[in-house]
Design a protein around this ligand. Structure first.
Ligand SMILES: Nc1ncnc2c1ncn2[C@@H]1O[C@H](COP(=O)(O)OP(=O)(O)O[C@H]2O[C@H](CO)[C@@H](O)[C@H](O)[C@H]2O)[C@@H](O)[C@H]1O
Length: 735
């Protein structure tokens, strides 16, 4: 084996010594490099440093050629040259190694200082409790290396490298103006004697209430006497140094509450963010008695329109995400109709929800430790939670509180804006100078109050759920009255296409396909098992069981947005095409009646299921051949993504996220994922469905190609989560 080829076999003569590393390795009985796992390439380089001795000294590292040969080595004339190359590589390696050691040292220092603070903090707690005052705030310098935890409801042990020392107990005060210029670790020292603003909840009560329930918010934390660096330190997070605390706040969250795509996103995106190493929480209202939750015992009171209201916080931990639910009688008993009630009912609910959600990182210990506000980004969603960015600024930042917390607002649908008469402003309990944020004028509504407008202006960043929709939002038609604001804030707008939750929506493991003759399927079994699902669907819906007849489906809210009326107009034409049509949806009464009418008229070929059934949505997606989405606008659209991953071919109006995600089928190049028509008109829909049916019937190979490409497309949340992270980081560093 010649020269550099010999690199493959020598590790025997490589010694990497660092006094710190070796000492710790011996003490903790861990192998070299287990402290922090560098990338594989780095390790490879480390172990191929043949004939090289790397020696750590007080002054640093040295690389020394030993001149020894590895077993089987070959002393050719190239040795010097090879040695030089190796030395250069070793130098690079050592530089990286030094960085790692530096990180270890820093981490140790942090943890040591936390342990010290813990002692001081406990002393402070005792003294402030004596004065009848306590204040919970997470030290913003707490490390974020909480890579793994167990569900607090099932276990009380946590693999975290921090302790309850993260809490400080300054008096009921808020921080002075100088705050911005100081490091967060000095915040408590700099606390002054100002009174808390009246709208901020009485933080001092948290401990007392927990004492009443004999429960400490820290009861899950095991004391960590020694710094647990070593084997139990997991691989570094994908997010690297960007790891942060993220709290997604939404009016609905699947599987507990869902009326549409917002619920899906709130249930899935956080899991993908958590996988990247962030500490992630979802906060949603508790509309029902959800089985998985436990009562944290935390109670808080907030004023809403002059009424004092108490909220209870419930919590669970699933798939790496903390889910916190806020309970109040206003949320309870809404059943599945979570947006029911009149305008001011909903407004009052959302005011309370946003007020209670924003303080969750202060009050609700998840896994024993509150998130704190030091390294925190809130993700608010749609108008329901668009008050959160406003409150964050008005209630907290302006009073020196939560100075490092940021908010990002996601637009899932601009059509719903939280509009009302200007007098509605009084419900927000904001100082009068904030009215201008909400005041809007348009030719239809005249002067009015608009929550989405205020949220867009106040958020540090704005995300919407596709690139196409990001563009449309800036147009008069797409922005639905908010286009000027969106244009003004264009610099903070990013389009990120939604993903799909592969644990929920995966034909290989879909739990709704395991009974009633449905079956799971994959690319390999597409040709046999998907037809079985089709037959099961036809059977379940009482339609003739025919393999050769195309089943065309629609699933969604029955709303003007979704273009369901276009399907209604196209139905007579479709009935001449020998197809079966299956529609599932709820919404506008006239459209629900349209579904019922179509079924009554074409009983042997049409099913119009009026209702909300997650199980049927899955089964239809699996059993149908074609999915129609003639939406007039569609910010992203999830059903076409689900359809493609189930080998069901979408026919969509080329708008917003539909245009971004469904590449039109090109019969010449055999590329594309479905059919895309240019205008939301019945004629265009008919033309696209006609071409689709022709391919289905006459060009079977092309059809299977479309199905397979859809199933193979990476539609997972991982990619989107990575893009979210970039936006969250941008928000975090924005003042
Ligand atoms: N009757 C029914 N029974 C069972 N399930 C039903 C149902 N009606 C709808 N669903 C389900 O609700 C979800 C709807 O998601 P969409 O993204 O298509 O629409 P929606 O307009 O609600 O969401 C908004 O937010 C999402 C998320 O960002 C954007 O994708 C979208 O463009 C935007 O309009 C899907 O999971 C669908 O299966």
């Amino acid at each position: 084996m010649a020269t550099m080829g010999s690199l493959a076999f020598v590790t025997d003569h490589t010694t990497i010594e660092s006094p710190v590393l070796l000492k710790n390795r011996r003490r903790l009985k861990i192998p070299l490099f287990a402290y922090y796992r560098p990338r594989k390439s780095l390790l490879d380089t480390a172990f191929v440093c043949c004939n090289t001795k790397i020696v750590g000294s007080r002054r640093g590292w040295r690389v020394k050629a030993t001149g020894e040969k590895g077993s089987g080595g070959d002393a050719s004339g190239d040795t010097d040259e090879a040695l030089q190359v190796v030395i250069e590589k070793s130098k690079k390696l050592l530089a990286k190694q030094r960085d790692l050691l530096q990180q270890i040292a820093e981490r140790r220092e942090i943890i040591a200082s936390i342990n010290n603070t813990k002692i001081n903090s406990e002393k402070d707690e005792i003294s402030s409790e004596e004065e009848g005052e306590s204040f919970l705030e997470l030290d913003s310098n707490l490390p974020n290396d909480i890579y793994t935890r167990e569900n607090p409801s099932t276990s009380k042990s946590y693999d975290i490298h921090t302790s309850k020392s993260g809490f400080k107990s300054p008096p009921k005060t808020y921080l002075d103006e100088d705050f911005k210029n100081k490091t967060q670790s000095t915040n408590s020292e700099r606390a002054t004697t100002y009174e808390l603003p009246p709208f901020v909840s009485d933080i001092s009560t948290t401990y007392k209430e927990l004492e009443d329930t004999n429960e400490s918010p820290l009861h899950h934390v095991e004391d960590v006497p020694d710094v647990p660096i070593g084997d139990d330190l997991k691989s570094p997070p994908l997010a690297g140094p960007n790891v942060m605390n993220i709290i997604l706040v939404a009016a609905e969250c699947a599987p507990w509450s869902k009326t549409g795509g917002l619920g899906d996103v709130a249930g899935a995106l956080p899991k993908a963010l958590a996988k990247r190493g962030h500490r992630v929480m979802v906060v949603a209202p508790r509309y029902g008695n959800y089985a998985e939750l436990h009562d944290t015992g935390i109670r808080k009171r907030y004023m809403v329109n002059g009424q004092d209201m108490e909220v209870h916080y419930f919590q669970t931990y699933i798939d790496g995400v903390d889910f916190v639910f806020i309970e109040n009688s206003m949320f309870q008993n809404l059943g599945s109709n979570i947006y029911s009630g009149n305008r001011t009912d909903i407004l009052r609910r959302m005011v309370l929800f946003c007020k209670a959600a924003i303080e969750v990182p202060w009050h609700v210990p998840c896994g024993g430790i509150c998130y704190g506000d030091g390294n925190l980004v809130f993700i608010a969603n749609d108008w329901h939670t668009a008050l959160l960015p406003v409150y964050l600024k008005a209630y907290y930042h302006e009073h020196g509180l939560m100075q490092y917390a940021r908010s990002v607002l996601v637009i899932h649908n601009i059509a719903h804006q939280g509009r009302g008469p200007v007098d509605d402003f009084s419900y927000t309990d904001l100082p009068p100078q904030y009215l201008n944020l909400f005041k809007m004028y348009d030719p239809i509504g005249g002067e009015h109050f608009n929550i989405f407008a205020a949220g867009l202006k106040s958020a540090y960043r704005i995300i919407t759920v596709s690139h196409g929709y990001a563009w449309e939002l800036k147009t008069t038609e797409g922005g639905q009255g908010l286009h000027n604001i969106i244009n003004e804030h264009d610099w903070k707008l990013t389009g990120i296409v939604n993903g799909i939750d592969k644990t929920e929506w995966n034909p290989e493991s879909d739990i709704h396909l395991t009974s009633d003759n449905y079956t799971n399927y994959s690319l390999q079994t597409l040709h046999t098992h998907k037809p079985q699902c089709k037959a099961a669907l036809q059977h379940e819906l009482g339609l003739p069981i025919r393999a050769d007849i195309p089943v065309i489906a629609f699933i969604g809210r029955l709303d003007n947005q979704k273009g369901v009326d276009l399907i209604g107009e196209a139905i007579p034409w479709m009935m001449d095409q020998d197809v079966q049509v299956v529609m599932l949806g709820t919404g506008r009464p006239e459209l629900e009646n349209m579904l019922r009418g179509m079924e009554a008229r074409y009983r042997d070929r049409v099913r119009g299921w009026v209702g909300f059934s997650v199980k049927m949505a899955h089964r239809i997606t699996a059993g149908a051949d074609v999915l129609l989405m003639p939406s007039r606008f569609e910010p992203c659209g999830l059903n076409q993504l689900y359809a493609m991953s189930y080998g069901t071919v979408p026919v969509v109006h080329g708008v917003g996220g539909l245009k971004d995600t469904v590449e039109p089928f090109d019969p010449y190049r055999e590329t594309g994922l479905g059919w895309v028509f240019e205008r939301a008109e019945t004629g265009r829909l008919i033309e696209a469905v006609g071409n689709c049916l022709l391919t289905y019937r006459e060009y079977k190979e092309s059809w299977v190609g479309i199905q397979r490409r859809g199933m193979m497309k990476d539609l997972s949340w991982e990619n989107a989560a990575c893009q979210y992270e970039e936006v969250l980081v941008a928000a975090k560093y924005q003042w």
